[in-house]
Design a protein around this ligand. Sequence first.
Ligand SMILES: [Zn+2]
Length: 757
Amino acid sequence: MEEPEAGSECAIGAAAAAGPMADTQYILPNDIGVSSLDCREAFRLLSSTERLYAHYLSRAAWYGGLAVLLQTSPEAPYIYALLSRLFRAQDPDQLRQHALAEGLTEEEYQAFLVYAAGVYSNMGNYKSFGDTKFVPNLPKEKLERVILGSEAAQQHPEEVRGLWQTCGELMFSLELGLRHLGLGKEGITTYFSGNCTMEDAKLAQDFLDSQNLSAYNTRLFKEVGQDGKPSYEVRLASVLGTEPNLDSEMTSKLKSYEFQGSHFRVTRGDYAPILQKVVEHLGKAKAYAANSHQEQMLAQYIESFTQGSIEAHKKGSRFWIQDKGPIVESYIGFIESYRDPFGSRGEFEGFVAMVNKAMSAKFEWLVASAEQLLKELPWPPAFEKDKFLTPDFTSLDVLTFAGSGIPAGINIPNYDDLRQTEGFKNVSLGNVLAVAYTTQREKLTFLEEEDKDLYIRWKGPSFDVQVGLHELLGHGSGKLFVQDEKGAFNFDQETVINPETGEQIQSWYRSGETWDSKFSTIASSYEECRAESVGLYLCLHPQVLEIFGFEGADAEDVIYVNWLNMVRAGLLALEFYTPETSSWRQAHMQARFVILRVLLEAGEGLVTVTATTGSDGRPDARVRLDRDKIRTVGKPALERFLRRLQVLKSTGDVAGGRALYEGYAAVTDAPPECFLSLRDTVLLRKEARKLIVQPNTRLEGSEVQLLEYEASAAGLIRSFSERFLEDGPELEKILTQLATADAQFWKGPSEAPSGQA
Ligand SMILES: [Zn+2]
């Protein structure tokens, strides 16, 4: 699970600055914040072997990250290839001269740079945080002139024109079904062929469960035969295709099945040429591993990506968990399922990070106190794991984070069976958090004036506390009641009592069922909500604040700002709600809205959210939290809510869990808050999330160099232009070939009319 930044910051005027071109929801503004990820000091402290290890792992991550283009939209790989060709032939400054000569204004050219930087940062043309599409904020005809008259087009006229014709229309289209990621009519996704519905996704999940196959590294393609009978291809990500390979556990699964009247075929070889490069660089990294855990871990990842085996990835993850406190930390694979509309397919990500010693020390203290702090949580001991598995919770500085976005913290692996038996690791990404902290006073929306200074002073420290509690005691707490394949229970059926009903336990997880497979569409957000609630709840504990070095009035301020930040985030969350489909697009933000609702429900003036008019005459809003009522009103409300969340999770009570969670997550115009109307205010006053520029590593002789780039859209584009110096054109060809091979499944870009709008 990933922890994003504390929520997007908001700015008055962001909407106005966007101009009349497009709905501001669907563009990135020209004044978007861009920050560089600072990891110089941590990199400097690495030995030359550690640098080589970090370098090859980074290479593997960057290659694998390109698969995200194929996991996002049909047109994303073409857009990426087109942008990469443009900027390889002319860097952003050279292209500017050409663009101005073609009649673009400076603003229009800047809009194009911001768009390109956005595509690179999100690995596609949909925002990784919120899943909405973004389009270039300049006239399409002008962009066409720049592209077709560019140096790249002069060098390779047919290729560049071909790419533009394939993706130009879709790049700008804001047709209803293309505005968000989603299944069937709800949106676009390339995890499923365009004709798949939620029903197909459910059937496929049942099929996968019946065969003990994980969905994490799969995509689903449906074809309907002449007899009207559907036929599904479950395609696994792997280097190998159909060639027989006798030694793998996977080969026996690669065949056809009849399942509930439908035909299923399990195949593999998705993203093969990309994974080939991943495997090659993991092999090189292995030579510089610090210990045998890392070696065995990499060997299993190589096996996983070669064969398409999640079992091998689990084995690798097991070695990874055992590799406690490494200097160079990493994880790679099909990990987070947030962007699969069904919630079980993983998006590729790979990261490499280095130890940040000061923060790690605080988190170690928290780990040492975990067993005692878990007792403070509001559920009976039987609902807690039999033995708390001490996770390895460290603070790291990111060197490389490839995929669709950079979270501020990570709690992995996501495999429930491993989490229950082997444990997991918690990683707080210190230099990513530092980027999120830099909040300017004038960009603080929805707070009372008198709260702003306090908020700015304590937001960073309070967020450290919240992240530590969320990742460690949030995701790390609670037990699932399971009956194994032999029929044995991991709880005492006679004595364990459900505190909500006063009865014995009536439901549990059967063999093969997991939290994600059972709670599917609400699993991610529900779990984030549980972890966030644990953070709010336990930050009231004096011992926790002592660990982080706060006492007295400072400790009270940290608590107040942590709670205030949650309440404000609950309001900001409305940005990630789509009224047309009554659906949420971001797990953490939905979770924060739910917590806001719970605290509002507590009443007694603990929290108020009111619509106001800003000094600019436009709609505004204020959130207030009564700090004197946090312990007397807030804590008991949170306690009741947390217990219900945990009991429903432990007992696998999907119906009860849905009723509870979806009840709080519903957005209506009911007074007094009128959240649907407030959503318009939130959209009006929001600021786009910052873009983060990452460095490159390069091998020069036997030494690895760190290459850094300026914090601007142009700097971000340059970092990508220099990322694949040797094989950029080859990669672009691979990506477009893979996209073209499946284009029929979305009747997509190949049939789109050419760009003559
Ligand atoms: Zn989380």
